[in-house]
Design a binder for this molecule. Sequence first.
Ligand SMILES: [Zn+2]
Length: 401
Amino acid sequence: MSDTLLKAGTVIVGNGSQIENVSILIQNGIISRLEREIPIGPEMDVLEFSDCVVMPGMIDPHVHVCFDGSPNMAETQKLADELLAIRGSKLLETLLQHGVTTVGDAAGRGNVPFAVKEAIDRGIAKGPRFLPCGRMITITGGRDPLAGANEADGADNVRRAVREEIGRGVYYVKLAATGAMTSEHTESMSIQFNQEELQAAADEARKVGKRSHSHAYGEEGIRNTILAGVDVLVHGHPLSKENIELMKKHKTMYMPTMVTYYESQLHHDDGDLPEFMVRKEKEIFPLIEEGVRNAVKAGIELVVGTDSGMPYTYYGKSTPEEMELLVRLGGATEMQAIVAGTRNAARSMSIESKVGTIEPGKSADLLILVQGKNPLEDISILQDTQSIKRVILRGKTVVER
Ligand SMILES: [Zn+2]
């Protein structure tokens, strides 16, 4: 691969800063230099975008590749693994079109997420960098096993389950601290793992440099998650001021996945969602905004995550939409929302040394925006694929408009 010199007007680094009029040298897919003036060498491809904004490719650590956004999740669970894998790789290709260059799967059935990953890595399917977390670790009967669950009870057994998932090559560990919106037999806020079990899981993951994510609703489940030292609180609604104080102390990252509730509640009266889900979402939805606002005010580290694949949460548009909701409903700045969907999202999967910012040594995963489009002025432009002129993954242009 020949060297590429990209001349950019504004570089949004992904760490909260921006640089004007700068050149990016890409060698073997890696950003090797970022300087005001880099002389054009022989056989260098020059990309002249001196009047455009360049930002890191977006990162979404939380999709469910076994699901496709249809309201009838039970129907999907009847499909064979082979069909889920074929459909999943098609769903991920959509993400690339939207400028999402790294994606984490937040729990899936059997080997499906790993098969999708291998298809992309081998070039059989086209898609973003894909990092599965394997199966969700839950208490016995905590989830529908068809959705992808590794059941464990008691701290020792939870350790066994975490080791099992790590042995399968997962990128982070996903835990269920409470029940869920999408499982009929649990209440969202009912306690599942206790603090000791969560702590065993978080410790075990940390030993091998992996981060832990905990799905939690309600005061007690959220508190258990934070006190256990889990790295990322996922959903976390409603989020009380007391729990925000604890998050500050324990440096817990926060992934509120607002877009999934926001999109789903638009369809509560359509009659296609299961009744139990509508009931549980109606309980939680009005409480989400305040908790996120307070977390933003308190300076909690935000992480973008969408739950794409869940009912009405579609692949592609949802990732930049979550950024917009962080700004519009959560009160974050545009810059904070971008950092949440780049550097922080990378950190939540322990890959911050490789992706998430435009800095020397990082993979050249870049978005070149159309002239005049700047997400720091209007974050919603990222939801329109026509705002994105090029998507570059590992130094190669994978989408060009
Ligand atoms: Zn999820």
